[in-house]
Ligand binder design. Structure first.
Ligand code: HMG
Ligand code: MG
Length: 298
């Protein structure tokens, strides 16, 4: 049967806002995060501690973490590409951070100016240092379903990199369909190849909905027993170094499907729609989330 309960890992404030042309004022980001917390979201990636030259939209990471209200039981996380990022995250009071690498060389170079081998090394440094600080580290692997520059990505390479990431002690590995090219049978194949080596509980799915297949792929993951799904409020999101990457799977669409199938998320749908409405108002355009548009249209 299906899992009784899943975790939704919210990436809207990070993956969503990093890709928006309009940079939100810090206080508006804080309002958005607080609305997500009010909806019952428990795991939220609030920003990135990356180079502000590379991602100017998130240059206010420290200020955001000073402004945003904390609630017991809610874990905030942020992307960190290197030791400098980890140090910044720690000084901002985070107990968790996320490293990110690519399964294709060309995307790796464009995104972090490193080869895959160099990125693995940087992730290992972060994982080791974080363990010494008592911080948890999550990992992302991008371009698992395909690369905007190289196209096909061999599943053997994905398995090889994932094994190295898990061996570093990352508590969870989130598989990225960075440009939203995945289809359900491929998702089945990727999961079954990985599950030979990696425990199911360690895996999360990070699906972009560029071609409308994110929810179908999430359903494949759910049926295989995956219990963590990344999503972004209203479907905000993308990757500035992956041309054509659109929003992530919309949080409301994912929660609607899970709850409708009897899978608990702990999230309140009405409050989630309020958060989506706020996201839309702050960004100043209609967002792609289907449930959100249906709810607002009623
Ligand atoms: P670099 O320019 O190659 O390297 O950047 P560097 O280490 O020489 O650093 C250059 C400058 O940045 C230096 O400053 C550093 O101090 C500074 P300068 O001397 O020029 O004044 N710097 C930093 N500043 C603040 N915080 C830091 C930091 N590190 C260096 N942590 C680097 C290499 C990795 C830093 C850069 O390429 C970078 O920041 N890239 C981030 C790109 C990014 O955030 N992409 C989007 C997230 S990934 C994604 O969206 C995919 C995902 O959603 C999953 C999926 O969908 O597949 C996660
Ligand atoms: Mg992403």
């Amino acid at each position: 049967g299906l899992p009784q309960r899943v975790d939704v890992y919210e990436v809207g404030p990070r993956d969503g806002l990093q890709n928006e042309l309009r940079t939100l004022p810090t206080k508006d980001k804080a309002r958005l995060v607080e609305a997500l917390v009010a909806a019952g979201e428990k795991r939220i990636e609030v920003t990135s501690f990356v180079s502000p030259k590379w991602i100017p939209q998130l240059a206010d990471a420290e200020e955001l973490l000073r402004l945003v209200g904390r609630k017991p039981g809610v874990v905030f996380s942020a992307l960190v590409p290197n030791l400098k990022g980890l140090q910044r995250a720690r000084e901002a009071g985070l107990q968790e951070a996320a490293v990110f690498i690519s399964a294709s060389e060309a995307h790796s170079k464009k995104n972090i100016n490193k080869s895959i081998a160099e990125a693995l090394e940087a992730s290992r440094e972060v994982a080791t240092a974080a363990a010494g600080m008592g911080m948890r580290v999550r990992g992302y692997l991008s371009t698992v379903w395909g690369c905007p520059y190289e196209g096909h990505v061999p599943v053997e390479r994905v398995v090889d990199i994932c094994r190295q990431l898990v061996d570093m002690g990352l508590y969870q590995l989130s598989l990225g369909d960075t440009i939203g090219v995945g289809t359900p049978r491929q998702t089945e194949e990727i999961l079954s190849a990985l599950l030979k080596y990696i425990p199911l509980e360690k895996l999360a799915l990070h699906l972009h909905d560029t071609r409308g297949t994110a929810l179908a792929n999430a359903l494949v993951g759910l049926s295989a027993g995956v219990t963590t799904f990344d999503a972004s409020i209203g479907g905000l999101g993308g990757c500035p170094y992956a041309p054509g990457a659109a929003g992530n799977l919309a949080t409301e669409d994912a929660v609607f499907m899970f709850q409708g199938m009897g899978v608990e998320t702990g999230i309140n749908m009405d409050r989630l729609v309020e958060a989506g409405e706020l996201a839309q108002e702050l960004i100043g355009r209609k967002l792609a989330g289907k449930f959100l548009q249906a709810a607002l249209g009623e």
